[in-house]
Design a protein around this ligand. Structure first.
Ligand code: IDP
Ligand code: MG
Length: 139
């Protein structure tokens, strides 16, 4: 399996609850390398752009308000088969359905506040990583 990259956001509730360090530790313990990392607060405009694919979904406005409501961490992660491996590590979208021990199971508090985002394809991983990081910020 070839080395590849994925992109994650540690969402506002997980950051606020003091779980950023624990989540990064789990990520590293599962063999992902951090290739870029920062904490920031998304503007409404940035959150709308990031989640544009969901603009027609009923939860879109709530999601944008939530994602711009507090501090988040954004990161680019590298591992063999990174996108699939990370989706496996985070678990299902709904934390109550996420497999025991997954990041969403451990730290998610609702379907919206499900602790982390994870890219769904190699193509989107690149688009999402480039949305937040300049080339000079990626190692
Ligand atoms: P994913 O994050 O597992 O890829 P998506 O379907 O891409 O799930 O949805 C993006 C984000 O939108 C989810 O992580 C979650 O925060 C939010 N979301 C998805 N479905 C719902 C819902 O039914 N109600 C509220 N929020 C939702
Ligand atoms: Mg998704």
């Amino acid at each position: 399996m070839a080395i590849s990259r994925t992109f994650t956001i540690v969402k506002p509730t997980a950051y606020k609850n003091g779980n950023l360090g624990k989540i990064l530790t789990i990520i590293e313990e599962h063999g992902f390398s951090l290739k870029a990392l920062k904490i920031l607060r998304l503007s409404v405009n940035q959150a709308e752009k990031f989640y544009d694919i969901h603009k027609d979904r009923p939860f879109f406005k709530d999601l944008v308000d939530y994602m711009s409501s507090g501090t988040v961490a954004v990161a680019i992660l590298e591992k063999d088969n990174a996108v699939e491996a990370y989706r496996e590590l985070i678990g299902s979208t709904d934390p109550s359905k996420a497999r025991t021990g997954t990041i969403r199971n451990l730290f998610g508090t609702s379907i919206q506040a499900n602790a982390v985002h994870g890219s769904d394809s190699d193509e989107n991983a690149i688009i999402e990583g480039n949305f937040f990081f300049k080339e000079s910020e990626i190692v």
